[in-house]
Structures are given as C-alpha cells and as structure tokens.
Design a protein around this ligand. Structure first.
Ligand SMILES: C[S@@+](CC[C@H](N)C(=O)[O-])C[C@H]1O[C@@H](n2cnc3c(N)ncnc32)[C@H](O)[C@@H]1O
Length: 225
C-alpha cells in the first residue's frame, strides 16, 4: 500500500517539473564545496575506465564505423569528462552545458593546453544548437541529459539536432529506453517508438544493455538517413 502511494506520487511529480529543473538541480550540485576535486577525480576515473566506449555510449565502436566524422558535439557536457574522452578521436569538440559552475570545473580539469580542440559553450541545448554551423558529418552525443528533461524539451532538442546535423552524421545517446513509457520528476523512460518518432530522419540502433535491477535500457545509436 505504502509503495503504491509512493509510486503514484512519483508519477504525479512529473507534472510539476519545469523546463529548467534539471539544470537547477545539477547546477546546485556543481556549486557545492569540494565538487571540483570530486568531479575531476571521477572524470579522470571515467577516462581511465574508457567509459566513452562502455555500453551506454560505445563511441569508439561507432566512430570506427564512420571514420569520416571529425567533429563531436557533447550535448549537456556536465563537468566535461565525455568531451575530454572524445577529444583525441576527432579534430573539433563543441561541448555545451547551461551550468557555468560545471564549465568552470571542466576547464580546470581539462585545460586548453592539453585539450586544445575543445570549445566550451555555456547555454541550453535549445539555445546553442540553432547557432551551430557544421559543414561536415558530426557525432552528437549525450550522457543522460534527455532522460532528465520533459518530453517537450527532449523532442525539441532531437528536432534541433536533426536540423543541425549534416547528412552522414551520427548520434550516440546514453539515454533511457524501455518497453513502456513512464515519467516521474527528472526521470523519463521512453519507448523505442517514441525515440523513432522524435528522430524520424535517423535509423536507430537500440543496443543499450538492460540496467541491472531496473526495467529500462541505457543507450542507442543513430545514423542520419
Ligand atoms: C546527468 S548530467 C550529465 C552530465 C554529463 N553528460 C555526464 O555524462 O556526466 C545532465 C546535464 O544536463 C544539463 N542540462 C540540463 N538541461 C539541459 C539543457 N536543456 N540543455 C543542455 N544541457 C542541459 C545539466 O546541467 C547536467 O549537467
């Protein structure tokens, strides 16, 4: 009974999410004392473990299939480990993130002297994507960004990626997908059909593993048709 009430409250909580809740909650964490050291060390650990090629992203494998891609866009780059990890694999990395605190951590942890091809941009994906002019096929990737956003923002970001992406571009989204759609505040699981409708010009490959103990998978690829 108690669990049923908790589950109902969780479902209802999705109705109270605003467009900027994810940014606000994450930003509060990025501004917390000691966050630089913690995220820097966690990020370096991610690089050491090669999480760029772990099941939710598998980016090395994807780039090996598309060797013409030399530009990467990290959508919602957080404290920057993904942009740093992909940096040696491409010529140019554009990493954008609304939190100034997260970008400050990113720039200190992954300085220009060592990562000269990363441009850090502050802004929401909805604002930054329309300003990009990408002349060649590009990889767009996310690390659990859209799963924290409402359908409205997630759909808009998918559409803007589609409009920005030259033919031959690919995506690797470390985002949740499952057998059924369900929502609660800051956590949105969408079906394969939902993602296919959101990205109609892309062929999607739902490779992501089942998350242990959860009823959803993480990660899929896409190729622009
Ligand atoms: C779970 S964190 C993931 C960060 C990073 N991708 C990683 O893998 O560590 C989600 C990030 O999305 C950012 N975010 C929230 N709303 C966004 C938006 N509309 N556009 C781009 N990023 C957004 C948050 O500020 C946060 O840094």
């Amino acid at each position: 009974m108690k669990q049923k009430i908790i589950n109902t409250l969780k479902i209802m909580s999705a109705f109270f999410q605003s467009s900027t809740d994810s940014f606000q909650r994450h930003n509060g964490q990025y501004e917390a004392p000691g966050k630089f050291e913690r995220d820097r060390d966690a990020g370096y650990d991610n690089l050491k473990k090669d999480l760029l090629n772990a099941p939710p992203l598998r980016i090395r494998n994807l780039l090996a299939l598309h060797p013409q891609i030399k530009t990467a866009v990290d959508v919602g780059s957080g404290t920057g480990w993904g942009a740093a990890a992909i940096s040696p694999l491409v010529d140019t990395v554009l990493a954008f993130e609304p939190s100034a605190a997260a970008l400050d951590i990113s720039k200190r942890a992954y300085p220009t002297g060592i990562y000269p091809n990363i441009t850090w941009i502050q802004g929401f994906a909805e604002e930054v994507l329309p300003t990009l002019h990408l002349p060649t096929p590009t990889i767009f990737f996310t690390g659990c960004v859209l799963s924290h956003l409402r359908d409205k923002e997630a759909l808009l970001i998918c559409r803007l990626i589609d409009e920005t992406a030259p033919a031959g571009s690919v995506i690797s989204f470390a985002e949740a997908w499952g057998e059924r759609t369900w929502h609660q505040i800051m956590w949105h699981i969408r079906t394969k059909g939902w993602w296919e409708k959101a990205l109609p010009n892309w062929t999607l490959d739902f490779h992501g593993d089942f998350e242990p103990g959860q009823d959803f998978h993480m990660g899929f690829w896409g190729t622009k048709k």
